[in-house]
Design a protein around this ligand. Structure first.
Ligand code: 5GP
Length: 341
């Protein structure tokens, strides 16, 4: 619907390689026919669901298709453009420097190709963009530390493009205890922390530990509240710290960490008046976009258009870019506001 596409939006939780659209994916598949990839292996279509494990398998296939500077440049340029066409005015993309094949200077080169594509500006793509370097927890503490060092270097040399660090990857692999030194180092270097947290029910101990950092934003936080096996103490810690939640409805339903849209924890946190930011997570893999996520939240939870507007506007307060950018965005929202006060 036009209202949701025209609604100015902020995207704060977008994994680059999960955000690749069907047309871009088709180009990648055509470039690498020897991999024998079918489309059903890289995206979850309407009405389908997968386990979280199957989702992580999809990322492994996608990573085979996107593994060079050229691939990353093309993919990033396309993803940024698609977000712009979807009405997004501020985008924070995140991606994991991949270790499997490339280490050292080549790692850095790959990130530079992403940043170069993020900087690429055309008349139709005029949105603010930032980048978070991601740690895949599966790769363990040494790689995490290396990633943090790299992110610090980028923060100093990227003219403000790199603003923070993401912690993601399969939540059932490894323990965050081992990653704490890297995360602490990132924090004291001034990198903002957006951490996947309480994504599956077994992460309570980890969550308690990560909240001591504390993170600047929480990804998912699906199992924080007592009704789903979390605790009041966890909820209180998140509320006292006023730590925004990045919430991804379609991703959580299709990845089966929540049973239905109606049961999504958006409802719990929104009712508390806690800062909630709707995000797409992996718009390619989950076959969605940010407009659709806003529309879904509105139809599922009965939000008025004005409430939806307020929700998108409040997301500005949660971005990692500096205050001056927040002010510019607030002005943009004020200029575009369709309601009579
Ligand atoms: P990339 O970092 O390669 O650009 O994007 C894909 C990666 O993001 C995946 O391999 C995974 O590490 C991470 N990722 C994407 N979606 C999710 C998610 O829903 N949960 C978690 N924990 N990690 C994710």
């Amino acid at each position: 619907e036009a209202f949701y596409r025209d609604l100015p939006k902020v995207e704060l939780h977008a994994h680059l390689n999960g955000s690749v659209s069907v047309p871009t994916m088709e180009r990648l598949i055509a470039r690498k026919p020897h991999l024998n990839v079918q489309h059903s292996m890289t995206a979850i279509h309407k009405g389908q669901r997968r386990t979280l494990d199957e989702c992580f398998h999809m990322f492994r296939i996608i990573h085979q298709l996107i593994d060079s500077e050229e691939d990353l440049f093309m993919v990033t340029k396309d993803v940024v453009k698609e977000y712009a066409l979807d009405g997004v005015k501020y985008l924070e993309l995140r991606s994991t420097p991949r270790e499997e094949k490339h280490t050292g200077p080549y790692w850095v080169m790959l990130i530079w190709s992403i940043l170069a594509a993020i900087c690429y500006r055309t008349a139709e793509v005029l949105l603010e963009k930032r980048f978070l370097v991601a740690i895949d927890r599966r790769n363990g503490p040494e790689v995490a530390m290396e990633t943090v060092k790299m992110a610090e270097d980028f923060m100093l040399s990227s003219d403000g493009l790199v603003v923070g660090l993401d912690l993601s990857g399969d939540p059932t692999v490894g323990h965050c205890r081992d990653l704490m030194p890297a995360l602490q180092k990132a924090r004291s270097a001034g990198l903002k922390l957006a951490l996947h947290l309480s994504e599956v029910p077994t992460q309570r101990e980890e969550t308690e530990l990560l909240l001591t950092l504390p993170p600047d934003r929480i990804g998912h936080g699906t199992f924080l509240h007592p009704e789903v096996g979390g605790s009041q103490a966890l909820v209180d810690a998140v509320r006292q710290g006023n730590i925004p939640l990045e919430l991804c409805l379609t991703s959580n339903v299709k990845g089966q960490t929540v049973p239905s849209y109606e049961k999504h924890h958006f409802q719990y946190w929104y009712r508390l008046g806690h800062p909630c930011v709707l995000c797409a997570d992996d718009k390619g893999v989950f076959g969605t976009d940010l407009s659709q996520e806003y529309q879904l939240a509105a139809s599922t939870f009965g939000l008025s258009q004005e409430a939806v507007w307020t929700l998108s506007e409040q997301a500005i307060g949660c971005i990692f870019a500096p205050e001056s950018v927040k002010q510019e965005l607030k002005q943009k929202w004020a200029d575009l506001r369709p309601f009579v006060n």
